[in-house]
Design a binder for this molecule. Structure first.
Ligand code: BGC
Length: 429
């Protein structure tokens, strides 16, 4: 009976907290501009945009026609980088994130392709000449075909080979103010390797351990060769149980992380359970306030580390208006509003990258389009970059340091956010 009383009291407390948390008052607060040294960026990866792809795990996966659309030629960043970098600079962007393709620069073990290295030299030079900071990803889920042949990350040789590749790249671009990303979203890297048949679930923990060791080697090398550079491995933020995903990788490398790179795309709350649609191939409703709770989760976890949104963006289907009616411009402004709220509440958020500067190959399909500039990679042989409504918006946001103080988010604050439960529900922004 006494236990029953306690349970009732707990439920009553939970219900009252829920009612308080459901109050929309929090979304009406005015906001201040972000500080002048806040970094505004765009993000891209090698394989997804470059085209002209050399043999790699992912090129092979795309040749499995049952599962993936043909790769074609990406959006030909390999030859149009000057144009894309200029488009970013024209918006006032300060950080340009791109990926170096290991498969391109080392097409066979120990064989370095000088022409392809010179191409990346020129990419870096264009970014620097435009007054931007290069953010370089060493591995965005793609490794050379010869690495795949030796078993990918199941093989201890891959750790040695990746370290040698990292050393060559870091040495080449040291002293230029580069921000480094070792591995993009290791959890999804491993998931895709399993999903595409190169590993099994039984391999997963060993793969994470090897990736953590590889991150550690690259981190040490960067600090030795490029002193003062900032290093991360960006996490794919998964709502509800972020700690579970951290446990397999991030927690293992926490001492070798200069800033926490967070990729935030999909939220989850009592009034928005649509995130699950992303898994089943549908469109999740956007939940911009989730970026606030994701940042707060990492702020609480690593109070001394700066936080950086390394990716955030919104898919459309082939550029068509979304089911929820949200435009790219609205989606962007709403997320920046919640960044401003996060900074105002004491979170040390140092930067934000929009994913992506252009549409690209979304790991098996050109249909989901995330670009500030849209490109019809399938039907337009000229691969023309067309601005979306978010281009003038991003330009204004960068110029003004965010949304105006009286901005009202288009997407209402969620009711009981499940980004980091129970805290995100019980203590709303
Ligand atoms: C990846 C990108 C991808 C984006 C949008 C992230 O998980 O790093 O490569 O295109 O999400 O789905």
């Amino acid at each position: 009976m006494r236990a029953f009383g306690k349970l009732t009291a707990c439920l009553a407390l939970f219900a009252s907290l829920l009612i308080v948390s459901a109050s929309p008052a929090g979304a009406d607060e005015t906001v201040e501009p972000l500080p002048d040294d806040f970094l505004w960026g765009v993000a891209s990866s090698g394989f997804q945009s470059e085209g002209d792809a050399p043999d790699s795990n992912w090129l092979r996966y795309t040749e499995n026609g049952d599962k993936h659309e043909p790769y074609g030629n990406g959006v030909d960043f390999r030859h149009r980088y000057a144009e894309d970098i200029a488009l970013a600079a024209d918006m006032g962007v300060e950080v340009y994130r791109f990926g170096i393709e290991w498969a391109r620069v080392e097409p066979a073990p120990g064989q370095w392709d000088e022409a392809e290295l010179a191409y990346y030299d020129d990419v870096v030079q264009h970014i620097l000449d435009a007054g931007m900071t290069p953010m370089i990803t060493l591995n965005h889920w793609v490794h050379p075909g010869w690495v795949a042949d030796q078993g990918g990350w199941k093989s201890a040789d891959t750790l040695t080979d990746f370290t040698a590749y990292s050393e060559r790249i870091v040495d080449r671009y040291s002293g230029l103010g580069v921000m480094w990303v070792t591995f993009n979203e290791p959890t999804l890297y491993v998931f895709h390797e399993i999903d595409n048949g190169s590993a099994t679930w039984f391999d997963a923990l060993a793969l994470f351990d090897r990736l953590a060791a590889a991150h550690g080697n690259a981190y040490d090398l960067i600090h030795e060769l490029d002193p003062g550079a900032m290093v991360t491995s960006n996490v794919a933020f998964i709502p509800a149980t972020p700690w579970l995903f951290d446990a397999v990788f991030l927690d293992k490398i926490a001492s070798k992380l200069d800033f926490v790179g967070v990729d935030y795309y999909y939220g989850l709350s009592l009034d928005n359970l649509t995130a699950i649609r992303e898994v089943t191939g549908g469109q999740a409703s956007a939940q911009p306030d989730g970026i606030y709770y994701a940042l707060r989760y990492y702020h609480n976890k690593f109070p001394d580390k700066p936080l950086y949104i390394v990716e955030n963006g919104m898919p459309t289907e082939d550029g068509a208006p979304r089911e929820d009616g949200l435009t790219r411009s609205e989606h962007l402004s709403d997320h920046v509003y919640w960044l401003q709220r996060a900074v105002a509440d004491g979170m040390n958020v140092i930067g934000y990258n929009y994913w992506s500067i252009t549409d690209n190959y979304e790991w098996g399909s050109y249909t989901p389009r995330f670009g500030l500039y849209t490109v019809d990679a399938v039907n337009d042989p000229d691969l023309v970059r067309h601005p979306t409504d978010a281009v003038p918006t991003y330009t204004d946001l960068i110029e003004s340091g965010g949304v105006p103080e009286d901005y009202e988010p288009v997407v209402p604050q969620s009711i009981c956010s499940l980004i980091d439960p129970p805290l995100s529900c019980l203590v709303p922004a």
